[in-house]
Design a protein around this ligand. Sequence first.
Ligand code: PLP
Length: 459
Amino acid sequence: MSEQKIPYKIYLNEDEMPKNWYNVRADMKVKPAPLVNPGTLQPMTAADLAPVFCDELIAQELDNDTREVPIPDEIRGFYKMYRPSPLVRAYCLEEKLGTPAHIYYKFEGNNTSGSHKLNSAIAQAYYAKKQGLKGVTTETGAGQWGTALSMACAYLGLDCKVYMVKVSYEQKPFRREVMRTYGASVTPSPSTETNVGRKILAEHPNTTGSLGCAISEAVEVATSNPGYRYVLGSVLNQVLLHQSVIGLETKIALDKYGVVPDIIIGCAGGGSNLGGLIAPFMGEKLRGEKDYRIIAVEPASCPSFTRGKFAYDFCDTGMICPLAKMYTLGAGFIPSPNHAGGLRFHGMSPVLSQLYHDGYMEATSAEQTAVFEAAEFFARTEGILPAPESSHAIKVAIDEAKKCKETGEAKNIVFGLTGTGYFDLVAYEQYNNGTMTDHIPTDEELAVGLAALPPQPTF
Ligand SMILES: *Cc1c(COP(=O)(O)O)cnc(C)c1O
């Protein structure tokens, strides 16, 4: 076969878009551990979860067996407004690096929310609407998830209540205004609207809030208001299921040109984009059909995979959510204030945690100044201003491409470019001014969070 010239961007047609999500759990021999009730230490049933989450999403959360889950037409219709997303062959980057490697990235930043989070936001909002609910509640840190959810809710006519970590609410007014433009109510957390918020404010009147605290507020509001449920933008099995659209499109695009990846790289916060990108490739690996190197990249300042423990832990600091078995730094872990980008969650998707534990993927960490160096290099070379989160994957993709230069190997490297960095310019400003610093927690600092893990189930 004569070699086909691969275009700069491999676009799919609308009708080539996946019609099903792929549930990688169906192919896992060791399934991810179930969510557990913190009181009884028994697995959560659908009935236990029903006050918090939408019914159909609970069914997806608990379903470890169905391999293909049809994407409802309404969701595909919404996807078509911004999907299929391009798979870009990074010719310019390859040339600048002088590497024989072939580099591809799947770009998920081409929508107003600026990230892949919209893929799950529309799915979660759709199932809430279908259940006849009035609205959904959620938390947001930097604001990507809240923005994506507010867009999805506006489209479906659902009420959207976002609890935004107070420091971000005050320091990142732009995302807040995007959310309000899409009709969401945005409340700085901790607030005086909830019992948990009032309690935290009474104890710590000057707190600037945390993600864990905002989760607790959003869950309380969902469970105490009829017609509302809580939704979460990462970590959960259902979110990885929805995000599999990223990997499925990537595979269809690569298959068109007969390209087989050697290395697949993604940044890992709660694990949803990486879980989505690798899903169909991991499926082949689990079924013994193919082998790929799969690399998760996390910040050195919040290193759940590389320095955490694989154990049951809380997902929130208010400790009202179910326990999940995952690589964790402890629910009390708070990344240092100099941590610029996202990826600040203390835990990791139970699916990816199990796969990592069983040796199906690797993990590495990157320090933030090196990540921003890679971001700057990428922006100047490929033209896209990357999100700091995405730039963790860029950093490691560049490192791997440089290794290929040394060995002369023409490896195929695929990475996830999860979003754009237009709302992260304060971090870019620090980098440009030379005031950005790196913080790597000491073993002693990490020991504090890890010492506070809850009692472990014995089943
Ligand atoms: C939220 C976010 C991430 C990290 O979340 P995951 O669930 O680990 O994918 C990465 N990149 C961008 C742009 C994000 O908004």
